[in-house]
Write a protein of this length. Sequence first.
Length: 502
Amino acid sequence: MPPTAKEILAALGVPEAFHTGGKLVARSPIDGLTQGAVRGAAAGEVQEAIGRGHGAFIAWRQVPAPRRGELLRLFGDELRAHKTALATLVTLEVGKVTSEGLGEVQEMIDICDFAVGASRQLHGLTIATERPGHRMMEVWHPLGVVGVISAFNFPVAVWSWNAALALVCGNALVWKPSEKTPLTALACQALLERAMQRFGQDAPRYLSQVLNGGAAVAEALVDDARVALVSATGSTRMGRAVGPRVAARFGRSLLELGGNNAIIVTPSADLDLAVRGILFGAYGTAGQRCTSTRRVIAHQSVHHELVMRLERARASLKVGDPREPGVLVGPLIDEMAWLAMQASLDQAADQGGQVSGGERVMVGGHAQAFYAAPALVQMPAQTAVVRHETFAPILYVLRYDALSEAIALQNDVPQGLSSAIFTNDLREAEAFLSATGSDCGIANVNIGTSGAEIGGAFGGEKETGGGRESGSDAWKNYMRRATNTINYSNALPLAQGVRFDL
Ligand code: UN1
């Protein structure tokens, strides 16, 4: 028997009262059964939590950054020690296959390691000044309370990208996880609290808080001026609601929204690699990554063979209980996701698409679980449904003649997250990566659109929201920059040659 949520939560140190008797029901997409009932926070409680978080920030910002890094080292240790348990909970709550559940926790460990390194590298510049006897520099300071709103599909990794950097940068956290994933959130909080206890008194009590609940919790975070940064991951619809509201109070937001990621397959492509990259991208995680491959744009000379190979592989992918060995495609998160998938497939057919797959797969007789056969749709053109992000295992295949046409198609969607080209032609690869190539935040050659490493900045353009999380210099989002000019001379020269002689 696989472990129950109750057993895993107990092993991870989450008190039973936290996940029993509440109104927010956590269901597993594996069987549709209830795993827990979590208490949701009322709007007033959110404000109290922000106040407590602000108090924690006042203390935490005074702890030197390398010492703050030590907290992330300890959190990384907790994650290593509890990797299997947390990954099993991710699988139970979201339906990821075992290897992907483990991969998600590994992504957390990786960002903790990154944050430990960053804790000694939060540096600014020294800049040449035009005035004699002066020095100019920039320094980075903590921001305040960081509000994190996260999505169901990466319930722990995306929070940890934000948490690790926000904490190392000297901020406090208030987290509103997806209503669909309250249990993994409680588990992360318990593990972080364990690390805080080992860290000692320098870590203030309310440094990190999790508030489960619905839109009202998110709105309270969005509207509170004490929340210096709102980092929100989810749909473009959600981002449209969050971005302008945070901007209205001159707060900062970091948005990581929808994607509509394409892979271009050129005449010189290694088709073995392309097929594998496309299959993982389109059908891995049951198509529920923001980086999932939604479109293939194949050169007409390889289109036929590619479609045949994809179709053969698609039909043989094992759909089922994600805990079973050999299963590569688990369930959709819920019935709504299933209905959205069916609606998109109907629209695709209406818009001239030739659909294969997409039918419901019954697993274990669970009427309240929604498993779908991966779908492949040959489209005559990039119609409205193709330009829309459906969070499901649907792959649209289009064809092209000239590379410029493929790049134009790839860019002609509202979203701009991830993209890839499979080619062995240097000119094509470089053209794709150039300023006139892909307009996405992520552009890859000979690998798929999903599965990015934490070391790079993650995010995209257009309706994807423009935010960058995770690696590179994304930490700068979690700090404010101050430019300092210091005069160590006995004169007071003014810049730009201005004279103000008394
Ligand atoms: C997401 O789907 O919100 O690049 C994040 C990837 C993962 C992260 C996905 N590392 O697919």
